[in-house]
Design a protein around this ligand. Structure first.
Ligand code: 5GP
Length: 172
């Protein structure tokens, strides 16, 4: 299965100069989606998570079906102000300004092994912040899984050394 043929490259989105990798054609193909979940399942065989943490919002699209397929729980990491009840939050630096991610405070209270899932790794800022948040909330990080890695942004180097980082597709 050629997953790459299901990714569309859109120039100048969302801003001029950005070449956006569009996963929507992949979502429209049940065969491609099944292949992603199957390949992510093999990563689960290796790192043996107890639950999947998905990063808002495209991490939900892949993380939730993976969790269901593997009979694991799913926990969303969300932008601020979206989750009800007590939350643990983490502010992290962007190129211009800061952003914040939150997780429900009781979501990881039994120190589960956590695999973090997102659609794409670029600078690694979002995934690194999610990894820190998982640990802050009591989870035991066992790896990161992405559909796409944009290697030119060096995101792997932003992630904790020694953690497995898997990507199904790589762009230079
Ligand atoms: P990073 O924090 O690694 O620089 O950026 C990764 C985050 O930005 C991911 O949550 C991802 O959804 C989003 N992102 C950045 N660039 C792209 C892109 O070209 N395509 C898609 N689908 N998502 C992107």
């Amino acid at each position: 299965m050629d997953l790459q043929s299901h990714i569309r490259s859109i120039p100048d989105f969302p801003k001029p100069g950005i070449l956006f990798r569009d996963i929507n054609p992949l979502l429209r193909s049940p065969e491609a989606m099944a292949e992603v979940i199957s390949q992510f399942g093999r990563i689960c065989d290796q790192v043996k998570p107890d639950l999947i943490v998905g990063i808002e919002s495209r991490g939900f699209i892949f993380g939730a079906p993976l969790a269901s397929d593997r009979r694991l729980g799913f926990v969303p990491v969300r932008k601020p102000g979206k989750l009800p009840g007590e939350v643990v939050g983490l502010d992290y630096a962007l190129e211009y300004g800061t952003d914040r991610l939150e997780i429900q405070a009781d979501a990881l209270e039994h120190s589960p092994r956590v695999l973090v899932v997102d659609d794409l790794l670029a600078t690694g800022g979002t995934a690194a912040a999610t990894g820190q948040l998982v640990e802050q909330a009591g989870g035991c990080l066992v790896g990161f899984a992405f559909v796409i890695e944009l290697e030119g942004f060096g995101g792997r180097r932003a992630l904790p050394a020694g953690q497995p980082v898997e990507a199904l597709l790589r762009y230079g």
